[in-house]
Design a binder for this molecule. Sequence first.
Ligand SMILES: Nc1ncnc2c1ncn2[C@@H]1O[C@H](COP(=O)(O)OP(=O)(O)OP(=O)(O)O)[C@@H](O)[C@H]1O
Length: 223
Amino acid sequence: MIAFENVAYSYGGGELLTDVSLRLAPGSFHFLTGPSGAGKSTFLKLAYAELKPTSGRVTLFDRELASLTRDDVARSRRRIGIVHQDCKFLDHMTLAANMALPFTVSDRESDPQDMDDLLSWVGLKHLADALPPQLSGGERQRAALARAVIVDPDVILADEPTGNVDWEMSLRILTLLVELNRMGKTILVATHDLNLIRQAKAQIQARVLRIAGHRVQLAGADL
Ligand SMILES: Nc1ncnc2c1ncn2[C@@H]1O[C@H](COP(=O)(O)OP(=O)(O)OP(=O)(O)O)[C@@H](O)[C@H]1O
């Protein structure tokens, strides 16, 4: 689905990420961990082509990023759902309208039944008409996840999707991610939370990537 070959990235100083080679296979579930500032968000940005590697190759859905036109990149990105760390919404629009935004911007109609089902799935149907500032942290995180999956992407990349929520809510969000994986979605979750990773590994086959010393390596089973 997404592959890195000898990828390096630098914001201008020294290399933040060096010689990264890995492949996210269809249907796989990966965690990405590492200390604050190690480059987790940067890695995700490379994976959804918001950033181009300084060297090396990123391949999205079997096509090398460098060979893609701007339209091709946009098409590939539509197959990737992103849950951003800061879950931004348009505060003057209802939750339901925010959810429908990916359809609005691409001039497509959203199916009201799909929208209802999706909001029920994340436990937010009763808040469909609420404005984003009225939502709690956990509700925002679940709304961000719903927004990422509404266009039925093949891959979901989530940046700290359980940041700023309590353990019970973290487990609820994890359950949603596990359900998505069981439906066949390829998932990558950046997180600091090793307890969350342990919990996930008890339920599914998840691999753990760790950023250390500017490299991304597969962690052993000793988490
Ligand atoms: N646009 C940018 N320009 C320059 N430096 C940047 C930029 N974005 C991030 N950095 C730097 O790159 C490093 C990695 O940042 P990144 O956000 O990828 O780390 P992270 O592992 O996701 O951190 P956290 O866990 O705190 O979210 C940090 O030192 C950060 O300051």
